[in-house]
Design a protein around this ligand. Sequence first.
Ligand code: GCO
Length: 261
Amino acid sequence: MKLFDLDGKVALVTGSTDGLGKAMAYGLGKANATVIINGRSSIDKLNQVVEEFKNQGINAHGFLCDVTKEQEIELMVKEIGKSFGAIDILVNNAGVNFRARLLEIPTELFRRNIEINLQSPFIVSKNVVRGMIARKSGKIINICSLMSELGRDSVGAYASSKGGLKMLTQNMATEWARHNIQINGIGPGYFATKLTAPLREKGNPFNDFIINRTPSGRWANPEELVGAAIFLSSKASDFVNGHILYVDGGILATIGKPINE
Ligand code: GCO
């Protein structure tokens, strides 16, 4: 159906050499978008993902850029525009989670969490949205988290950044929706990725806790985020704005159940 087709669109997904970013970039590519893969450190890894995607018939390109560095971002956005066309879809996905309780986390790590998860979506969007405003069309998706809504021991810095990102999303919609730009968020629940690998290690009671706490009764696979990403990137969501779409197997719908039930 044309409503969900991304043919002719250029999509930049930050932090997309791995995990949820890679899965979403792949999905957007399969929906016919030209996808720009972004990583910050390894050119080899970046090229590997681009090759992998190309072999699957996706029009993919790679761009190495640290999305916390404003000058690098300016350059990347310009170069993408010149080489592949203006960015129609921006997915602010790059993120980190330094887990430590609030009394133990060094201030520098708290700051890095905010810088990467919250400040960088602001800077990247600012650079991309000017073109979108001029063309009166565009989609921005900020990857939030369940932690945009809920707290948890040891993720206070991360939760602060993701709560902030939810409000940044709402404010972007407030200021930019009038230019026919849709800015929304996706709030993933517990997905089996590298970021959550320590939580799923054998013997970590957190694994059982999450399965018990999730109405769907399991962890999610990264591919299960693709539908939400395509929806919010496509014509199908042209009047959806400032919304956070939680893809969480129902966690936010419930307080959970006793472990022995
Ligand atoms: C954690 C996890 C979470 C998830 C996810 C939940 O330590 O609780 O890392 O932060 O990654 O963001 O939505």
